[in-house]
Design a protein. Structure first.
Length: 291
């Protein structure tokens, strides 16, 4: 097999002969300054200016306009300052105001205690509790001292006292008053009034809402509930199935939760027989009327 002939190399570019030297330009003939100038000769304005190296000078008009605008602005500002400086200063209103005159006539009389709810609720809270009915027996118990319940005693009635203690401290617990009595052989009644400082939170409202929530939670099928007239969202609950607490005999129960102002109301009833709606409703209405 014959070998493929090698590809010939590209021919080298021919070397140009030495460039001929440029002949010197002939000097222009002398100009006769006395000779008349042909004014009618056309002038090519687009031709490059030989003295400027082939470029025409531009922008002089723009610079002049910009400089005039700056000078005008400075002159206007100075004129405004001079005019303002020559004016009389504007007087500011005095810092002190004229004394207010006292109204004529006698001041209104304060509300009597029977009309001023604040007077009643700031007094002895125990006086607002319902009195035990005739023939009822007062129950001796340790949860409270002389009708008062401190915070530790009150939260001890809940399932998680430590958690409730923190909650009621946050809710500005103030004090709680309680009364309890027994009628018949087995029926017991307990009424609590819990008062709050209520400076930032409507704690009485929140406490009532919490009580109503737990009253029906998990017992909806066995619980009847009705609103308490005149209380807004107050309600009574009658539980139709008896329950045993700590091994005690099963008891039927009923409860009521409402609030007014800074006071939350709780009523608890228990009996071996079913409690009627009218019985718990009567207590709730009469207690709220006292608030």
């Amino acid at each position: 097999m014959e070998e493929e002939p090698a590809r010939p190399a590209a021919p080298a570019a021919p070397t140009p002969p030495d460039a001929p030297q440029t002949a010197a330009a002939p000097e222009p003939p002398p100009v006769d300054e006395a000779a008349p100038v042909d004014e009618a000769a056309p002038v090519d304005e687009a031709a490059p200016d030989a003295a400027a190296g082939g470029s025409r000078r531009r922008g002089r008009t723009t610079l002049l306009i910009a400089a005039a605008a700056v000078l005008g602005l400075v002159a206007g500002t100075c004129t405004g300052v001079l005019v303002q400086a020559g004016r009389e200063p504007t007087k500011l209103p005095p810092l002190s105001q004229a004394a207010l005159t006292r109204g004529e006539g006698a001041a209104p009389k304060p509300l009597p205690a029977d009309q001023d709810r604040r007077v009643r609720t700031d007094g002895d809270l125990r006086e607002l509790l319902l009195k035990k009915p005739r023939g009822a027996r007062e129950i001796e118990w340790l949860d409270g001292v002389d009708g008062w319940m401190d915070l530790a005693t009150y939260v001890g009635t809940f399932g998680s006292p430590s958690e409730q203690f923190s909650e009621y401290v946050h809710d500005d617990f103030r004090r709680a008053a309680v009364t309890r009595w027994k009628t018949g052989a087995t029926r017991t009644v307990e009424i609590r009034l819990i008062q709050f400082h209520q400076e930032e939170v409507l704690s009485a409202l929140e406490g009532s809402d919490t009580g109503r929530h737990w009253a029906g939670w998990g017992r909806e099928d066995d619980t009847d509930r009705w609103p308490v007239p005149g209380t807004g969202d107050g309600e009574v609950f009658v539980h139709n199935r008896p329950e045993s607490v700590d091994g005690s005999p099963p008891l039927y129960s009923a409860e009521a939760h409402a609030w007014r102002g800074d006071i939350e109301m709780e009523i608890w009833m228990a009996d071996t027989e079913r409690i009627g709606k009218d019985q718990i409703m009567d207590l709730a209405r009469r207690q709220m009327e006292r608030l």
